[in-house]
Design a protein. Structure first.
Length: 433
């Protein structure tokens, strides 16, 4: 019997609905900027937070009692049954998973791989039956104690080898299931202390590892996108995939900037001292925007709390940058978020997603309205209009420093500052959100 048996499928009922088990703003078939809303957002449920999280925190253990908890294949199959029931209730097109979310750890690597492949068979059948697709797969190389000093950047070459085999197995499964991306998140790719760390060696190892991943993608004919997910800290004190700018430098260093894009998470952007829209805008300007993990942090806490989004203005500015960059291709909106450890009921698990999906729908529509109006882009263009002149472009591209200096003196140039109009722009955005 389904864990979600008492919860009806969630349907769109419009803003006036008082049914909490309904979408008020997410209408999959609503056309926004010439595209169905479902095709814009490409929503995905995260297997780890929704099915594998047990409600623990650093000060206490499990609070949830889910019927699929266990460390054998029977529990893994029961978890898969519950997962696809939930995907159906929510009517979302995609899901995402880590290998360790979906299969038990074996006594050997070969047994773990066989367990993963067996669950892959289960997923393949369920995906065919339901039409649910895989947005991306990834490998958990941070939880088990073997990863305590990293995976690709580990000082032990045997751990590097184990990591390579782990990623190969997970890429194979992702490819077989028609996954549209493969994600690498280096939770332990960093350091706790510089006293025992060789930064040069670890960077070279990380570059070699990612190059092998890209080579293997092409070898097996995987058409999806390889994504790296930035995060500055947690669990490592300092992680090498700190933020968008850091990863861009890393990709350029190893000649991979045309092979890899980014999966950007709201909570991770905040931990790096940025806003979500900053990271998205920078990725868009660099041609690296691939996919997003949608969540939020508690701004009174100093760590990654992975809460569901509830702030329409923040989400609208995020989707504005996604739309400005051309929208998602292989990427989408994955809810890398979990219910609070006191939220024990099946209804909590479903309603957390319902509310978040409606927030994303509202944010997307506001972002599209802003972009279609064109006011922000017009005001931005006006601010830089002086650079469009032939003389300004010549200065930028061909004049030398001494030529520019001579012209400043000859023309008695005395420029005056101009207003950045920030408050006017903020007021303009507020009209839409």
């Amino acid at each position: 019997m389904s864990y979600f048996k008492d919860i009806p499928p969630i349907q769109y009922e419009g803003p006036a609905s008082d049914n909490e088990f309904a979408y008020r703003h997410y209408d999959p078939n609503e056309v926004v900027m010439g595209k169905r809303m479902e095709d814009h957002l490409r929503l995905a449920v995260a297997y780890w937070h929704s099915l594998a999280y047990e409600g623990g925190d650093p000060f206490g253990g499990r609070t949830f009692e889910r019927p699929w908890y266990g460390d054998d294949m029977a529990a893994a199959r029961a978890k898969a049954d519950a997962a696809f029931d939930m995907f159906g209730v929510l009517n979302v097109p995609f899901f995402c998973f880590h290998d360790a979310d979906v299969r038990p750890e074996g006594d050997s690597f070969a047994e773990s791989r066989r367990n993963l492949e067996e669950i892959c068979d289960v997923f393949a059948d369920k995906m065919q039956q339901t039409g649910t697709k895989l947005l991306w797969g990834t490998a958990n190389m941070f939880t088990h104690r073997r990863w305590m000093a990293g995976a690709a950047t580990n000082p032990d070459p045997e751990i590097f080898a184990y990591a390579a085999a782990t990623v190969k197995a997970c890429m194979d499964v992702t490819h077989r299931l028609g996954g549209e991306n493969y994600v690498l998140w280096g939770g332990r790719e960093g350091y706790e202390s510089l006293l025992n760390t060789d930064l040069t060696r670890e960077a070279e190892q990380a570059g070699a590892f990612l190059t092998k991943v890209v080579d293997y993608k092409h070898k097996i004919g995987f058409k999806g996108t390889i994504l790296i997910e930035p995060k500055p800290q947690e669990p490592s004190k300092h992680q090498y995939d700190f933020d968008v700018g850091t990863i861009y430098g890393f990709l350029k260093r190893f000649g991979l900037e045309n092979e890899v894009k980014l999966n950007i998470e709201q909570g991770h952007a905040i931990l790096a001292g940025h806003s979500f829209e900053h990271e998205l805008a920078l990725a868009g300007s660099l041609g690296l925007l691939g996919s997003i993990d949608m969540n939020r942090n508690d701004y009174q806490s100093g760590w990654d709390t992975d809460q569901f989004p509830n702030n329409v203005p923040e989400v609208a500015l995020a989707y504005y940058e996604v739309l400005r960059a051309g929208g998602f291709t292989t990427g989408g909106t994955n809810f890398d978020a979990r219910v609070r450890r006191q939220s024990l009921d099946p209804e909590d698990l479903v309603l957390s997603h319902v509310g978040a999906i409606d927030i994303c729908a509202r944010g997307l529509k506001a972002a599209a309205a802003m972009l279609e109006n064109g006011g922000l882009e017009k005001m931005r263009a006006e601010r830089y209009a002086g650079w469009d002149s032939e003389a300004s472009q010549a200065m930028l591209k061909s004049e030398s420093l001494d030529q520019i200096a001579a012209r400043v003196e000859e023309t008695n140039l005395n420029p005056q500052p101009r207003s950045g109009r920030q408050e006017r722009l903020e007021n303009w955005v507020s009209r839409f959100v």
